[in-house]
Design a binder for this molecule. Structure first.
Ligand code: GAP
Length: 517
């Protein structure tokens, strides 16, 4: 048996990959030397898209509570950190190797691809048995596969001139707030809950980083660790604002059918026993995707991971999955993790440093609720979900607030003072927005080029502009055009980006039919 073919998805993947590399979103790192799988460079547009996502995340999650802050830390950490966190022992993936060609595969993925079934959480004996029972062979050369064993995914480094210090590249940004906990708790006047966020690199020696841009060996995470009193897990300050809000859940028992249960936070708390603090944060994560990133509701679900599937540090674990054509359905982009006192407890034990707190007359190790996002996966999801094909063009319908370019300026011709007026407008807008000047080829072709990278607004400077100081403003999605005074451009575009103004009301309508190029 093989996995279902997905021609629509693979075709779309190729198209997006081509646009991404040709237009400067991303491309394989060290490409001129023959790139290594799992390492990517963000080009000039991709860097902007990534930063837009990160800034949207930062502004949104750090403003959920006055006591949430961001820190920045090293990527390389001592071995003892990962003894304390448990990664040295538990951060393993199941590996199988071909007896003949010695190619190595991630066993669970190999089985899932071949049998189209979920085997997450099974141990090495169970995985080996499934491979044997189903006579699975090496996808490369057709030979026998060896029994499954565990492979630790951390990158080890030898540090110092003699190389005797063994250190590791951090496999998750999360460890940084745990290591900083004591200092920040004291600096922040010994109150909980408080939160420490990191937007930074993580490194994993993935066995088969084959899903293009999705499974990387070096990637960025945006994670918020919220330290709280475990006795208050069933309390949430702003519960009244979310209790009637409906979450889209795919419960562990429904994963195979993919059934989605829409349930209010109140019902999730009463019927599914999801604690209020956890449900509140799920609501905030869902609202981030729907309201801030403009992801269509039907494309999002929370998938519950059962005891066998969830990470070794989690007691309650829902992944956020987005439905992507390029990946054949719902795939994980983030997670809400109840990590208990696993990490602070482990670090207290291994470092011998007291990490418990005293609040009132209670002494305890705070528990952690983690909101964990893979930035690169989210960038890919934006490219997948907002890609659109129309008979005359391809475009990314990114929400204006996250597009890599806000506005493109097009001088109609390169003479008669039009370039000079365009340059002035470009300078003025450049103080407030990300602006791009495109002065070559026909206007229609220039529109298409900007549509292809998702630029929401275009401004054409023409002969009328010289007389009446107005320009044509074009909307990417509807291709409608209005005439706007140059002096009104900045406030008008600000309102459009903030969705406070409908495009048709932004100026005097222009009847324009775009020519096919
Ligand atoms: N601190 C918790 C943690 O790291 P995780 O589920 O292993 O949990 C969190 O990772 C997120 O990081 C995932 O939801 C995913 O978006 C991203 N991620 C994990 N491994 C990745 C990889 N190899 N390449 C790209 N993103 C990855």
């Amino acid at each position: 048996m093989t996995a279902k073919p997905n021609p629509k998805g693979s075709n779309k993947t190729e198209i997006i990959m081509t646009i991404a590399s040709k237009r400067g979103f991303f491309y394989p790192s060290a490409e001129i030397y023959g790139a290594k799988a799992g390492f990517w460079t963000y080009g000039h547009l991709g860097t902007r898209l990534k930063h837009s996502w990160e800034n949207t995340w930062r502004n949104y999650f750090l403003s959920l509570n006055k006591s949430y802050f961001e820190i920045d830390d090293c990527n390389i950490m001592p071995k003892k950190v990962f003894e304390g966190s448990g990664h040295l022992k538990h951060f393993n993936d199941p590996l199988t190797e071909c007896e003949k060609c010695h190619f190595r595969f991630r066993a669970d993925q190999l089985i899932e691809d071949a049998l189209n079934t979920n085997v997450g959480g099974l141990d090495e004996t169970a995985l080996t048995k499934i491979m044997e029972d189903n006579k699975l062979i090496c996808p490369k050369c057709g030979s026998k596969l060896l029994p499954v064993k565990w492979f630790n995914m951390m990158f080890e480094l030898k540090v110092g001139a003699t190389g005797e210090d063994i250190m590791y590249l951090r496999p998750e940004s999360a460890q940084s707030p745990y290591l900083a906990f004591k200092r920040e708790f004291e600096a922040l006047r010994k109150k909980i809950p408080f939160g420490l966020a990191v937007i930074g690199k993580a490194f994993r020696n993935e066995i088969s980083p084959r899903q293009g841009f999705f499974r990387l060996r070096e990637f960025t995470q945006a994670e918020l660790q919220i330290f709280f009193d475990p006795d208050k897990i069933n309390e949430a300050d702003n519960w009244d604002f979310v209790k009637a809000y409906k979450l889209r859940l795919c419960l562990a028992k429904d994963v195979n059918e993919g059934k989605i249960t829409e349930i209010t936070c109140e019902e999730a708390n009463k019927e599914l026993k999801i604690p209020k603090f956890y449900a509140y944060n799920m609501a905030k994560v869902q609202q981030f995707y729907l309201n801030k990133l403009g992801i269509p509701e039907a494309k999002l679900r929370f998938r519950e991971l059962d005891e066998k599937e969830r990470a070794f540090y989690n007691k309650l674990h829902f992944d956020i999955e987005l439905d992507m054509d390029t990946l054949g359905g719902f795939k994980e982009v983030a997670g809400v993790h109840y990590r208990t006192n696993h990490d602070l407890g482990g670090h207290q034990e291994h470092s011998k440093e007291k990490l418990e707190v005293v609040i009132g007359d209670k002494r305890f190790i705070p528990h952690v609720l983690e909101l964990s996002f893979g930035v690169d996966r989210n960038v890919w999801a934006l490219m997948d979900i907002f890609y659109r094909e129309e008979p005359e063009r391809t475009l990314f319908t990114f929400p204006a607030a996250i597009s890599p370019i806000d506005i493109a300026v097009f001088p109609l011709v390169n003479k008669d003072n039009i370039p000079e007026v365009s340059a002035e407008i470009y300078e003025r807008l450049g103080k407030e927005f990300k602006v791009f000047m495109d002065d070559s080829a026909s206007i229609g072709r220039r529109y298409r080029r900007q549509d292809e990278v998702g630029t929401p607004y275009g401004i054409t400077v023409d002969y009328d502009s010289l007389n009446d100081n107005t320009v044509t403003l074009r909307d990417r999605d509807s291709m409608k055009q209005v005439r706007v005074k140059v002096d009104d451009l900045i406030p008008t575009i600000k309102k459009l980006i903030a969705k406070e103004l409908e495009f048709e009301k932004a100026g005097k309508a222009v009847v324009a039919k775009e020519k096919k190029e």
